[in-house]
Design a protein around this ligand. Sequence first.
Ligand code: TXA
Ligand code: MG
Length: 346
Amino acid sequence: MKTEIWSVDKNVDSLNDYPQIKQAAALLAQNETVAFPTETVYGLGGNARNDEAVKKIFEAKGRPSDNPLIIHIADREQLEGIVESVPASADKLMEAFWPGPLTIIFNKKDGQLSETATAGLNTVGIRMPDHPVALAILRESGVPVAAPSANRSGRPSPTTAGHVKEDLNGRIAGIVDGGPTGVGVESTVLDCTGEIPVILRPGGVTKEQLERVVGEVAADPALADEKEAPRSPGMKYRHYAPDAPLYIVEGTRERIQELVNEQHTEGLKAGVLTTAENEKFYDSDFTFICGKRANLETVAASLYEALRSFNSSGVDVIFSESFPAEGVGEAIMNRLLKAAGHRIIK
Ligand code: TXA
Ligand code: MG
């Protein structure tokens, strides 16, 4: 399959008139798969009402079939047709955070969406992305769009069209290139079907932000204990991993440099994931500056680029600094721990 690639400027007015957007939306309406930027990461979209379209997504990604997709919508009206009811908590949260990096799990209305998209569950995760290109495509296509991150399963999520091409060129109908995404980690997945909302995946909207709007918010126990079974099917899979083994070091810069030196004495190459503040302290074979520690949003924005960059660097092992699990740092550490297969050096 030839993958079309279109470039659009996300800052132009009335994107709906752009031929690239029209072509991408038309392909979606024809049940083909198209990757597009959102404010978090690039998504691989398909018509959520159509089983064939959704199967193409699973196939292109190599995604396990028990892992449901997030449904993307452009307005609140689309929501009413696909959910059973809107809990009061969800109503407040949509008001506060949509469009934005928050996926809300609702009880699903039967017979509206592809069963493949929801992996046969009674619930459905929905979000309205805060990105002009995504919104224009969603509006123009006129259908709810199932869109997981546009990476091959297990790889780091894509934050540029180049990452999507690396993983999916020849496997999907098109890629809309709208430049690098902003947030850099995926949306927060929040289950609003029970009494108290529960975070199933930390992401772009923090627990503190949610609590300011709805009061108490719980977290899936599996997030703190890797031995618990997660309630979000996708959280049980190995994910985001670079090719070389990654270790998170909870220690000083000196300790990390020691670890690098040990690799050198064995004739191996070592990489370091650090930030602008600390870069100058390392002498490694490949040092990636992942944003600024003083501003964790910048670390989130560069994290997946960092994880991907080690693959072409030729290092045998990677040591990463650790980050405070506060605010967006929760999502950063969640992804880093998964990428590291929970290998931590204390
Ligand atoms: O920011 C994002 O959310 C990106 C962009 C493209 O929108 N999408 C994304 O999709 O991260 P994906 O498929 O990579 O991750 C979806 C996560 C998975 O962990 C999945 O198991 C969970 O959401 N999920 C989806 N529907 C669910 C449901 N009904 N119940 C529990 N978890 C669900
Ligand atoms: Mg993903």
